[in-house]
Design a protein around this ligand. Structure first.
Ligand code: ASP
Ligand code: MG
Length: 417
């Protein structure tokens, strides 16, 4: 007998009709012979609504009270879902984070799970219950209710799956898997039957926002097979696992993009030790995260120093740079907030040189200028003018034939084996 943890997000339990649908899915899983632990989020936009109420009182509500408030959303869901299960003849029992024993640190509104008690869940499963656990919440050592940060139910599900050594952690959501590119931009983007944790982390941080990044990291760390599936559409979704030795990998698995970047250049800074630190030190002290960094030597012995930040930090970063420009007696600041980053991701790239050059050629043929480049073992990213984003993404998707199913049969075969 296997144990499956299923997580249903807010849109999956947004109404009683949705809850009944979810209940039938859970019952079917149990009838197929699995033990099932379910994690649920608050209904629809309930968490936003609750936050809104708090902000009507004060701009800075106490974090402790915020947690008490926000945790109510999930408590409603677990009770209703358990009732829904019972109404169709499926024995179920709901637990808040406190009741089941999800112990966290004391960092209100962004707590980290420290450990989870197993005994009660095991006992209930043995007696044939579906165990329904509130996502996103826990309890600290002093008995205070804590929450894990927005979107935290994914993390609850993965943590439970890790603790219980579940065979799979299934994240049910409103998309039916992870795609080779955002299907809203690339109509023939293809659902990937499986991706590795490393690829998923690259895709997630680059804008393919299907799963909470923290949950993917957690699952990778504890080796929990994670599957993303749709609540409303049948299918096997996307399985996120470790790379299997000997498994054939598509060279490029997917394509991610982000419009959230901005570029800053400080021109004509002296080419000597310590300068990069002098420029980026104040930026990091202001808690501004830097993504790509490029420095090139001009023929006058000075260098231009370029980096990218999140667009929301652009003005702040620019103001800091203006100061540094004066201190270093540099040649001024240039900036551009209308850029986009496009990345090819694939573990198969490790063993294949030439992906980057093919990418550059393809973009060049379309007349798309590449402003910045960065690479890692499994990724090549370029920054281009935002107005070329769609063209670039579509052209690359086509050129790397991501719409074709490379090893689909192979995957399915292996999954069944
Ligand atoms: N209900 C919480 C939120 O909306 C947690 C979650 O949905 O995962 O952020
Ligand atoms: Mg939610």
């Amino acid at each position: 007998m296997s144990l499956i943890v299923q997580k249903y997000g807010g849109t999956s339990v947004a109404s009683i009709a949705c809850m009944m649908h979810v209940a039938r899915k859970i019952k079917a899983t149990q009838s197929a012979g699995h033990d099932v632990v379910v994690v649920v989020s608050a209904m629809g936009d309930e968490t936003d609504r609750l936050e809104g109420l708090a902000f009507q009182i004060t701009e800075q509500p106490m974090a402790r009270e915020m947690d008490v408030l926000l945790a109510t959303g999930e408590q409603v869901s677990i009770a209703l879902l358990s009732m829904a299960l019972q109404s169709i003849g499926c024995a179920a029992k709901s637990y808040t984070g406190f009741q089941v024993g999800i112990h966290t640190d004391t960092a209100h509104t962004r707590a980290r799970i420290e450990h989870i008690e197993e005994a009660k869940i095991r006992e209930d499963l043995e007696r044939g219950f579906v165990v329904v656990v509130a996502g996103f919440q826990g309890i600290d050592a002093n008995g205070n209710i804590t929450t894990l940060g927005r979107g935290g139910s994914d993390t609850t599900a993965v943590a439970l799956a890790a603790t219980l050594k579940a065979d799979e952690c299934q994240i049910y959501t409103d998309v039916d898997g992870v795609y080779t590119a955002d299907p809203r931009m690339v109509p023939d983007a293809r659902r990937m039957p499986r991706v590795t944790f490393d690829e998923m982390l690259e895709m997630a941080s680059l804008g393919a926002q299907v799963l909470q990044i923290r949950a993917v990291e957690f699952a990778g760390k504890y080796n929990v097979p994670l599957r993303v599936l749709s609540t409303f559409k049948e299918g096997s979704g996307t399985l996120i696992t470790f790379e299997e030795k000997g498994m054939e990998q598509p060279i490029v698995s997917g394509l991610a993009f982000s419009r959230e970047e901005a570029k800053l250049i400080i021109r004509g800074v002296p080419d000597k030790p310590g300068i990069a630190g002098q420029i980026l030190g104040p930026i990091s002290e202001a808690h501004i995260e830097v993504d790509m960094i490029i420095q090139n030597l001009g023929d006058d012995g000075n260098t231009d120093f370029t980096f990218t930040v999140h667009r929301r930090d652009y003005d702040r970063a620019r103001a800091i740079l203006e100061k540094i420009d004066k201190e270093l007696n540099a040649k001024g600041i240039l900036g551009d907030a209308k850029i986009a980053k496009v990345s090819l991701v694939g573990v198969g790239m490790r063993s294949h040189a030439g992906i980057a050059s093919t990418m550059f050629e393809v973009l060049g043929k379309e007349g798309i200028n590449i402003q910045l480049i960065s690479t890692s073992e499994i990724k090549v990213s370029v920054v281009v003018d935002e107005k070329y984003l769609e063209l670039g993404v579509r052209t690359l998707h086509e050129a790397f034939r991501l719409h074709e199913e490379p090893y689909e049969e192979d995957y399915e075969h292996r999954l069944r084996a």
